[in-house]
Ligand binder design. Structure first.
Ligand SMILES: NC(=O)c1ccc[n+]([C@@H]2O[C@H](COP(=O)([O-])OP(=O)(O)OC[C@H]3O[C@@H](n4cnc5c(N)ncnc54)[C@H](OP(=O)(O)O)[C@@H]3O)[C@@H](O)[C@H]2O)c1
Ligand SMILES: *[C@@H]1O[C@H](CO)[C@@H](O)[C@H](O)[C@H]1NC(C)=O
Ligand SMILES: *[C@@H]1O[C@H](CO)[C@@H](O)[C@H](O)[C@H]1NC(C)=O
Ligand SMILES: *[C@@H]1O[C@H](CO)[C@@H](O)[C@H](O)[C@H]1NC(C)=O
Length: 334
């Protein structure tokens, strides 16, 4: 203790004050971001969706027939938005449209559907989409469509077909759809674009390298585009999500950190734009346990920390082993 005190006394006062204020600023900024995290999670609500369109204005949702896309459709119809549902399987789209119409009878919710496979990257499909939305008052675009690796896989062992479809659906599909819808919003001087990101894109994720890369692309793309669209009163956000119980995650049982699509989407629609503490601007993590995880990783080791990346890698190596064993069992049964 004595020697510490002697050392402190020996430090010239301006240097001491300088160091102390750097320290205070550092701690202060962590504290401030923690406060923001708590307020976002438990106190504040996000932008009211009515800012973007009156009842009867339209929402375009991609990947709308299942998982989170389907939930977005159900919950936005209940908020009296009309829907353009875009997804691969026609029959699933039609039964969802019927379900929504039955749930909202008398409320005048209109629904248009378009069955298209984003993996085909077919110009004719995008022309049909353009035709379908012509003249509509579009309040919200939900860039939700996405595919991942069927199981965690080392990059060098992944089929090129799978690699290509991830980029084609997640990146090309999203930018081409937005290229159609964003100009309409720009013209209207009003609108909201929400794009489904992933924590696999926020932090480098071994064995999901290409999926994570596609989501990192969307994250950077969104931040830049949002700055451009801000001049036209159009808001654009990336929604950061960790695991949710859907067909994609193959997890059925919800837990605190793995919500159902219904709970996740409810949070996503009530917390629009409440980012703040996250490194990437124009990004928000609506599910609060996800937000706490994101905060802790960003503020303590950092997303690029090599120890964090190697822990993540062992986790995915394990998941892969289990998934391969399950495949084997199922192959034997069949
Ligand atoms: N689930 C998670 O843990 C998680 C975590 C972070 C981020 N996300 C992201 O959240 C978004 C939604 O994921 P989810 O879990 O809800 O997925 P999901 O349950 O697998 O549903 C995907 C939806 O996209 C459609 N789709 C898939 N490939 C398509 C294609 N080639 N062309 C047209 N439509 C296609 C599916 O249509 P069909 O009905 O024809 O199958 C389905 O409606 C994705 O962007 C995903 O990356 C998910
Ligand atoms: C680890 O893996 C998951 C995917 O299972 C990913 O979403 C997460 O962001 C990764 N990284 C960290 C730092 O948690
Ligand atoms: C990663 O984070 C841990 C814990 O904060 C730290 O001890 C380690 O030095 C970091 N590694 C690198 C390479 O920065
Ligand atoms: C992590 O590394 C990537 C490049 O690999 C960079 O774009 C990003 O800004 C880094 N994140 C942080 C928080 O330093």
């Amino acid at each position: 203790m004595d020697s510490v005190q002697k050392f402190l006394e020996a430090v010239p006062q301006p240097v001491f004050l300088g160091l102390a204020s750097v320290g205070a600023l550092f701690l202060g900024s962590k504290l401030f971001s923690y406060l923001q995290l708590l307020l976002n999670a438990f106190v504040l609500s996000g932008t009211n969706l009515r800012k973007y369109g009156r009842p009867g204005s339209w929402v375009v949702i991609t990947g709308a027939s299942d998982g989170m896309g389907k939930e977005f459709a159900l919950q936005l119809a209940a908020k009296r938005f009309n829907l353009v549902l875009v997804s691969r399987t026609k029959a699933k789209l039609e039964s969802l449209a019927k379900e929504i119409e039955e749930k909202n009878t008398g409320k005048g919710v209109e629904i248009k559907t378009l069955a298209m496979d984003f993996n085909q990257n077919n110009d004719a499909d995008y022309e049909k989409l353009e035709e379908l939305v012509r003249g509509l008052d579009i309040a919200i675009l939900l860039n939700n469509v996405g595919v991942s690796h069927s199981i965690p896989v080392p990059f060098t062992e992944c089929d090129t077909e799978e690699l290509e479809s991830i980029i084609t659906v997640n990146c090309i599909g999203t930018i081409k759809t937005t290229r159609i819808i964003a100009p309409i919003m720009k013209e209207q001087k009003r609108g909201l674009i929400l794009t489904m990101g992933s924590t696999a894109g926020w932090a480098p994720t071994p064995l999901l390298a290409t999926y994570g890369g596609s989501k990192a692309f969307l994250q950077h793309w969104n931040t830049a585009m949002a700055a451009e669209l801000a001049d036209y009163n159009v808001d654009s956000y990336l929604i950061l999500s960790h695991l949710v119980t859907t067909a994609m995650s193959k997890i059925r049982r919800p837990s605190l950190n793995i919500p159902t699509a219904k709970s996740f989407v409810r949070a996503a629609l009530s917390k629009v734009g409440l980012g703040g503490f996250i490194n990437a601007p124009k990004t928000y993590a609506p599910w609060w346990p996800h937000a706490f995880m994101i905060w802790a990783v960003e503020k303590i080791p950092g997303v690029n920390n090599s120890t964090v990346i190697s822990i993540n890698k062992s986790m995915h190596v394990d998941i892969r082993k289990r998934a391969l064993r399950k495949r084997e069992r199922e192959a034997k049964k069949a």
